[in-house]
Design a protein around this ligand. Sequence first.
Ligand SMILES: Nc1ncnc2c1ncn2[C@@H]1O[C@H](COP(=O)(O)OP(=O)(O)OP(=O)(O)O)[C@@H](O)[C@H]1O
Ligand SMILES: [Mg+2]
Length: 336
Amino acid sequence: MPDGATPVTGPVLDVSGLKTVFNTRGGEVHAVNDVSFDLTAGELLGVVGESGSGKSVTMMSLIGLLPMPPAEIRAGRVSFDGLDLLNTDVETLRAIRGGKIGFVFQDPMTSLNPTFTVGFQLAEPLRKHMGMNKRQARVRARELLELVGIPDADQRLDDFPHQFSGGMRQRVMIAIALACDPQVLIADEPTTALDVTIQAQILELMKELRTKLGMGVIWITHDLGVIAGIADRVLVMYGGQVVEQAPVRELFENPQHPYTRALLETIPSVSGEREERLTVIEGQPPILGAAPTACPFLDRCDVATDRCARENPTRVEVASGHDAACFNPGAVPIAG
Ligand SMILES: Nc1ncnc2c1ncn2[C@@H]1O[C@H](COP(=O)(O)OP(=O)(O)OP(=O)(O)O)[C@@H](O)[C@H]1O
Ligand SMILES: [Mg+2]
C-alpha cells in the first residue's frame, strides 16, 4: 500500500450469490440458493435455521470442504483477505483453513483424533501454519487451553480426547480453531450437546475473544435463543436461502419474515413455566430438488398471497441494515 493511503475497511469475508448443488442418484439437491452475506472484523454473526436449511453446506462451500462431486458450486463469489476463495488453488485454501480461517465442525466428538493427545492436536496447526518448534508450540498450546477455560492446562495437554468431558472437548476444538489467531472463526453449532450453562460460557468466551482479537465469528445454531444476547447480527436461513438479516435486537423486536416470527415463538421464555410447551412450526421444510420458483416458505406461511406461489422473493431492505425475502414483510395473519 502506498504511503499515506488509508486501508480499505470493508468486510473481512464477503459472500455473494452462492449456489451449491449436490448431484445425487436421486437427482439434484439445491442445498444453497443464492446466499449472500458479509462479516466485519470483530463481528459475531449468528446463523440460524432449522435442520437442512443449508447452514453447514454454505459454510463448507466457502472453505472448500465439500466433497466435489457430489457437491458442485454453481455460482457465487467469496472474497476473503483479497482472495477469491472459490477460485483459489488447493494449497492456498488448505493454508487458509485452520490458519486465517478457523472452524469448529458440527460434531466435535468425531473431529478430534482419539489416538493423539490433545496437546499434539493443538500443536500441529501451530507447527504447520505458524512455523513454531516443538517447545514453542507446547507453550502456546497450554495458553490456548487456558484461554478456553480448561483447568490444569499443562497436565491436560498429555491427555487424550476421551479423558475430557463433552463440554471440555468442545472447548478443545475451539482452542484448536483459535490456534493460529484466525481472522474469521466459523463455529458450526458446537453447543447443542451441552447444557445451557456451558453454552453460555462458551458464547461469552467468543464474545470476549472477538473484541480482544478483532476476530470475526460466524456462529451457527438451530436456536435463536442461544445467540440472542451475544450476536451482533443474525442471518436467518430457510430452504437454502437467507430469508432475513438484521442486527440482533432489531430482529427480535421487529421480525419481518414469517419464518423468523415462527422461530421466535419457538424460544421458551426465560421466566416461563417449566411445563410450557414449545411451539413447533407446522408443516415440512421444502424439497430442494430444483431451483426454487416460489417462496420456499409458502407451504407453511400464514400470510402468503398468490404472488408467493409464482415468484421466489429476493431480499429487500426493510430498515437500515435489515432485509427480508418476503413479499409481505411484517404482515400479520388475518384472524379467524
Ligand atoms: N453430501 C450430500 N449429498 C446430498 N445432499 C446433501 C449432502 N450434504 C447435505 N445435503 C443436503 O443439503 C441440505 C442442507 O444441508 P445442511 O447440512 O447445510 O443443513 P443444516 O442447515 O446445516 O442442518 P443442521 O441444522 O441439521 O446441521 C439438506 O437438504 C441436506 O440433505
Ligand atoms: Mg449443519
